[in-house]
Design a protein around this ligand. Structure first.
Ligand code: SF4
Ligand code: SF4
Length: 226
């Protein structure tokens, strides 16, 4: 994701690519008194299977239950994927509480976790971009990227994100090459069922369960991640 400039509809970065050990001017004082980036985000906060696993297992709700008010489905390059839902009443994320704080902060989606950084997927791994017009706080402080994104098992997390990104890209390429909508429908149904609707064992680690499903998906769809 990556935040758009609200006026131009374009992403604005400082043009640099950051690695985990780099310093970036993203520190915003724990968002004290601000919830601007939890509002008016449209369909931009896409949920990957890990996000879905963490939210469902921590809230004790199924994916279908979240579709009732918290998330909704959107289309990204032909592929149907879930994203956070903005409330109709105030255009704020459905997880934003009355105090203007995230009610799922501990297990919030990765896109929220790293903001105002975004991800740039290279063939040899992930780099981070800084969205200069993303955070509204002035006088942001410098902080190490790895500290900022505050992601457990960050190397494993990056490997998962990388594989998921290029698996989706592989499917999206097949969808674009397909002559009719059948490919888009089949790929979307497969992804939703395999990676979101089918239960994960909440006590078992996520990454191993994901890898098994991904291996099958790569075979079923003849996708090579190399
Ligand atoms: S999940 Fe939390 S951090 Fe993310 S947009 Fe919603 S309220 Fe904000
Ligand atoms: S705009 Fe910046 S300070 Fe405000 S909630 Fe988002 S990250 Fe925090």
């Amino acid at each position: 994701m990556e935040q758009m400039d609200r006026e131009t509809g374009r992403y604005v970065t400082d043009g640099r690519l950051y690695s985990l050990n780099d310093m970036v001017k993203a520190g915003c004082g724990d968002c004290e008194g601000c919830s601007a980036c939890c509002r008016g985000m449209g369909n931009s906060v896409t949920l990957n299977p890990l996000d879905s696993f963490l939210i469902t297992s921590n809230l004790g709700k199924t994916f279908e239950m979240l579709l009732d008010g918290y998330i909704e489905l959107g289309v990204e390059n032909g592929l149907i994927l879930p994203h956070l839902k903005m409330r109709e009443t105030d255009d704020a994320c459905a997880f934003l509480n009355e105090s203007g704080r995230c009610s799922i902060h501990r297990f919030r989606p990765g896109i929220c976790r790293i903001f105002p950084l975004g991800r740039d997927y290279k063939k040899d791994g992930i780099r981070y971009i800084f969205l200069v017009n993303g955070c509204q706080k002035k006088n942001r402080t410098k902080v190490k990227v790895q500290k900022w994104i505050d992601t457990p098992d960050v190397q494993e997390n990056e490997r998962f994100l990388w594989k998921w990104h290029f698996f989706c890209k592989g499917l999206q390429t097949k969808i674009i090459q397909g002559k009719d909508g059948e490919m888009a429908k089949a790929a979307s149904m497969y992804v939703l069922k395999t990676f979101y609707l089918e239960d994960y064992e909440s006590q078992a680690g996520f990454y191993g369960q994901f890898q098994k499903r991904l291996d099958q998906g790569l075979r079923d769809w003849d996708i090579d991640l190399q």
